[in-house]
Design a protein around this ligand. Structure first.
Ligand code: BGC
Length: 763
């Protein structure tokens, strides 16, 4: 009886903040019971059309970044529960007003956005952040990104992208954490914590939406959106773990992928979206499709029309459809599907409930609006830029440093040539997923160098060559803005001029790589060579005979052939503070300590190649599998140099034998054996020698980034939990832990030589 009364009274009050409702303390979440009751009360009042309206997230590129009249109208009619790509407080409030003052049930609108590596303050791209091997830093950075997003009225980010990428031809590798499930899981969980804070609805935080569930990174040939065929072994042991880690960290949303997984489109894949995600992992949030992925079930050939597509997606476990306003959206046919008995009331209500509950947890009914003056204050927080600089410094990876050319000796260098098509390009510093309306000022490398040493040394600049145009223009120009046009350049002449400048300078900084729109979505490549005539420029400049420091702006292993510049520093797309961070690294105020989150292939022909492979029939010749070139990668996973050197010793596994289910403990000493302070990332790899299934030759199972003074030794302790020693076996189709022997290695890359062993045996 009491329950009936409660539901009735909630019904009357639903939709408007109730005066009698206890004000929620911002430091604690709304109780599950209160969330449920409020959602129930709303559901009871909703028409099928209003329900399907809550199950759509719309956008409109027309007039972007202004909100289109169509979107506003749909929100006011209560037929669009969510909108993406709104990113200023006044537009957010206008839209919200339409929802809470004009729509019949006054249900606030949920605003989503791709806050992938920052909104106003741009952090290095996610692949770079992963190269820091510093999940705490990544958590803090994404916390700041969340604060900026929330300040403009955004409630939900379509991030982190946690797709494992083992084929660098795939352009979206830039958005994830690289090739490894262990590192990927650590980064996934850290980002979810950073975005969401301690609970969903934490002030200054947003809902995280790990994507793209699942397997998207394994697109055939690295071709974006192409089909994916993954064995259960690959799925459970490699591609799903980062998603599981994100769900365990409390992610409120999951985005279903575009492509087909083993013949069943991810967005209609009940095994994936319901059996794995909800039943096996206990996911409590809501699932959104990638943009247009529900409608594309027709294209995939698993639905005959819009209604069938909607039914298949909903029944597989999708709760919300992302779709441009220019299309009706297949979820608009859900009321008809309900009337025809193709879906049940329970199925429809369950999806609507998940969306409503998220809005309630986010506190949108109490506080639909955002303080329009606040964004400027949050954007101006100097801690954000400081973090962007630190993140750029900590993510840089030093690949080569002959004769310790780096750091550049500011006291002896009297002239410096700065060369390359990316040397004076602030836009490219930011990388993809940076929107034109939020684009902050970033300074180019040339500008930063000029500000730092322009008064003490002669600086000469040449662009060298131009970036070639893409074969197909970037589809994201509407949101990212086009690259500004440039006057024509005689590249042959400019290459000569650049080589002459290098010859006349004490040292050269040569900035090469891929432009911001050559990486990311719809930016796959069939080659890993430097685009355009950059290789020619590189060879001409190196032939000057003077020390050349190559700064690579990239997010895949580029093929520089066998050209040997004195130093190569991968700075990725370093973000808003990239210029200053790069100067600190060049001139020794910061020391690189990042490590590769992927295997650096020699050429595209080696793709896919990853360190954690199974042994072959003939391991002795593993590196000779092609007769015309070595199978050895250019740099191994986990590799990266420093301005100092480190030594590893005294690897000690605490006991020789452990019982199944016990944790294994090991210790190792790492020592800074060089002349300056620096960071190293100690990495633990294991190999199961025999068992029910074949296991990879090495698998990362632990890491710690440490800062050591010259001569300092640190004793590190690692624990391998039973979960670290378990795997999913295709032989038994279950998770298991074998009684077996393990090899273990510790060092600063996946090629670490220092090894030990232990055994798992019932005693
Ligand atoms: C991408 C998603 C993104 C969405 C919205 C899609 O094309 O695959 O990652 O979140 O667009 O921008």
């Amino acid at each position: 009886m009491r329950r009936v009364f409660l539901i009735l009274s909630m019904t009357l009050l639903a939709g408007v903040a109730s005066a009698r409702e206890k004000p929620r303390s911002a430091s604690s979440p709304i109780s599950d019971e209160a969330v449920r009751l409020r959602a129930t009360a709303l559901l009871q009042q909703m028409s099928p059309e209003e329900k399907s309206g809550q199950l759509s997230i719309h956008f409109d590129f027309a007039g972007f970044p202004q909100i289109s009249a169509k979107v506003r109208e749909r929100v006011e009619q209560g037929l669009a529960g969510s909108v993406l790509f709104v990113s200023d407080a006044s537009s957010a409030n206008q839209l919200q007003k339409g929802a809470v003052e004009h729509s019949r049930l006054k249900i606030p609108v949920l605003l989503g956005f791709d806050v992938v590596h920052g909104l106003h303050t741009i952090f290095p791209v996610p692949l770079a952040m992963s190269a820091s091997w510093d999940p705490n830093m990544v958590e803090k950075a994404q916390g700041m990104a969340a604060a900026e997003a929330r300040a403009v009225g955004i409630h939900w980010t379509f991030a982190p992208m946690v797709d494992i990428a083992r084929d660098p031809r795939w352009g979206r590798m830039v958005e994830g954490a690289g090739e490894d499930p262990y590192l990927g899981s650590a980064m996934a969980a850290a980002q979810v914590r950073g975005f969401q804070g301690p609970f969903i609805g934490s002030p200054g935080h947003v809902i995280a939406g790990p994507k793209h569930f699942a397997g998207y990174g394994a697109a055939l040939g690295g071709r974006d959106y192409d089909e994916v065929d993954l064995s259960e072994n690959q799925l459970w042991n490699v591609y799903l773990p980062p998603f599981k880690a994100a769900v365990d960290a409390g992610a409120g949303n999951i985005m279903s992928a575009y492509m087909g997984l083993n013949g069943v489109p991810a967005s209609a894949n009940r095994w994936l979206l319901t059996q794995v995600l909800r039943e096996a992992w206990g996911f409590q949030g809501f699932v959104v499709t990638d943009s247009g992925a529900a409608e594309s079930l027709i294209t995939h050939g698993v639905a005959n029309d819009a209604q069938e597509a909607a039914v298949r997606a909903l029944q597989a476990g999708v709760d919300m459809e992302m779709v441009t306003i220019t299309k009706p959206g297949v979820f608009q046919s859900l009321p008809a599907a309900l009337a025809a008995g193709r879906i049940s009331q329970v199925e429809l209500d369950q999806a609507v409930r998940r969306v409503l509950e998220m809005k309630i947890r986010m506190g949108l009914f109490e506080n639909p609006y955002v303080d329009e003056a606040k964004a400027a204050v949050v954007f101006a927080d100097s801690a954000h830029l400081e973090m962007a600089r630190i993140a750029a410094e900590r993510s840089a990876v030093l690949l080569r440093n002959e004769n310790r050319v780096l750091p550049l000796d500011i006291h002896h260098i009297k002239s410096l040539a700065v060369i390359g098509p990316l040397a004076d390009s602030p836009r490219d510093m930011l990388g993809p997923w940076v929107f034109k309306q939020n684009r902050p000022n970033a300074i180019s490398i040339l500008e930063a160098i000029r500000a730092r040493v322009g008064k003490t040394m002669r600086l000469d600049y040449s662009e060298g060559v131009r970036m070639p145009a893409r074969l197909y223009p970037s589809p994201f120009q509407a949101i990212e803005g086009p690259h500004p046009p440039k006057p024509p350049l005689d590249e042959a002449e400019e290459i000569k001029r650049a080589a002459a400048l290098a010859g006349n300078a004490d040292a050269t900084v040569l900035v090469l790589g891929e432009a911001q729109d050559m990486i990311g979505e719809q930016a796959s490549r069939s080659s890993l060579e430097l685009p355009g005539r950059q290789q020619e420029l590189l060879e001409a400049v190196v032939a000057s005979g003077k020390p050349v420091v190559v700064l690579l702006m990239s997010a895949r292993p580029l093929d520089l052939h066998d050209t040997q510049p004195a130093a190569i520093l991968d700075i990725w797309y370093p973000g808003s503070e990239g210029g200053n961070a790069v100067c600190n690294l060049l001139f020794g105020e910061a020391t690189p300590g990042g490590k590769l989150p992927f295997t650096w292939l020699r050429s595209a022909a080696q793709a896919p190649t990853f360190y954690s492979h199974l042994t072959s029939h003939d391991p002795a010749h593993a590196n000779n599998r092609y007769w015309n070139e070595s199978g050895e990668p250019r740099y191994p996973f986990g590799y990266g140099l420093s301005y100092t050197q480190f030594g590893y010793a005294n690897l000690h596994v605490e006991r020789p034998v452990y019982a199944p289910g016990e944790s294994v403990t090991l210790t190792v000493d790492v020592r800074n054996i060089g002349q300056s302070a620096g960071d190293d990332v100690a990495q633990v790899y294991i190999h199961q020698r025999h068992g029910t299934s074949a296991r990879p030759v090495r698998e990362l199972k632990g890491f710690q980034r440490v800062t050591l003074e010259p001569g300092e030794t640190r004793s590190l302790r690692f624990t391998l939990t039973p979960d670290d020693l378990r795997y999913w076996s295709a032989a038994t189709r279950s998770w298991l832990q074998d009684e077996t022997q393990f090899d273990v290695w510790v060092g600063d890359s996946s090629a670490a030589p220092l090894s030990g062993t232990f055994e798992i045996r019932r005693r």
